[in-house]
Design a protein around this ligand. Structure first.
Ligand SMILES: [Zn+2]
Length: 275
């Protein structure tokens, strides 16, 4: 069995950052110049056996959150990508209805490339509501797909839909895990939440976790290229940005390619036992 299929995630605590790798070969005690030595702090593979990206728009789900989902499927686990809207108002030239259908089709195609499932809700682009209906809808999808890890938007965003997604998720994850809240599916507790490194959500974003995406970089970027906007057709050069960001984050974490993630404050708490 090759090292990449061995589910050999290790966690390295390096200062305040954690590095998660697919391959033990990358983790032979090497450290970056001037950085404190890393320490093993346990395997994390279980949390990446089912990863769900939940985003405001399909582009966010695939470009900013898709690589961790690709890691899950690469390891033989399950991956899904949910967008709360189709991002149908994202094109300056194509009518919204037509563009929404194109986005849905692109998401389906992109998900198939990385062996994941594309899910979409149809809240209006630019007007995603923060209400109980949306929170329970997302809660039900979390209960149905049972992710151990969710990757979503950080709240420090200039985009109102991204902030709405953050708020919806905060309560949806709570509802999903509440056994006394009776829905169609039984309660499901999400183990890990990570906020994605998204160019639109950069205010106050601080990376504390680096995920090695070397093994999935090619399939993930191929998946992203199913979207015309990946190549800059709506004005932002997503391919150049996220492609080079994976290189830059890889430099910082000593992986060939990596994505940076941010944990919620309560997830960063560590318990150090004295024997
Ligand atoms: Zn967006």
């Amino acid at each position: 069995m090759s090292p990449t299929t061995r589910r050999s995630f290790l966690t390295l605590a390096s200062g305040s950052a954690v590095a998660l790798s697919l391959e033990t070969a990358d983790l032979k005690g090497e450290q970056l110049p001037g950085q404190p030595p890393s320490q093993n702090s346990g395997s994390q593979d279980k949390n990446f056996s089912n990863v769900m990206a939940i985003a405001a728009h399909p582009g966010d789900a695939f470009f900013a959150m898709g690589a961790p989902v690709a890691v899950a499927t690469h390891l033989g686990g399950q991956g899904s990508l949910l967008s709360l809207s189709l991002g149908e108002k994202g094109s300056p030239t194509i009518p919204t209805e037509q563009y929404g259908a194109m986005q849905r089709e692109a998401a389906k195609k992109a998900a198939a490339i990385i062996g994941a499932k594309a899910l979409s809700l149809t809240y209006p682009d630019g007007e995603i509501p923060i209400n109980e209906e949306a929170k329970f809808t997302v809660c039900d999808l979390i209960r149905q797909y049972k992710p151990l890890t969710i990757v979503t938007h950080w709240k420090g965003s200039w985009h109102k839909d991204h902030r709405a997604c953050y708020d919806i998720l905060d309560d949806a994850i709570f509802y999903a895990g509440l056994p006394s809240l009776v829905r169609k599916e039984p309660a499901h507790g999400v183990t890990r939440v990570f906020y994605a490194d998204n160019w639109e959500d950069a205010t106050g974003f601080t990376a504390d976790t680096y995920l090695d995406i070397t093994a999935v970089f090619e399939s993930w970027t191929n998946a992203c290229s199913a979207f015309p906007m990946w190549r800059g057709e709506t004005g932002f050069r997503y391919n150049d940005y996220y492609g080079s960001l994976a290189i830059a984050r890889g430099c910082l974490s000593n992986f060939h390619r990596a994505v940076a993630l941010m944990s919620p404050a309560e997830q960063r708490v560590q318990h150090i036992r004295t024997p």
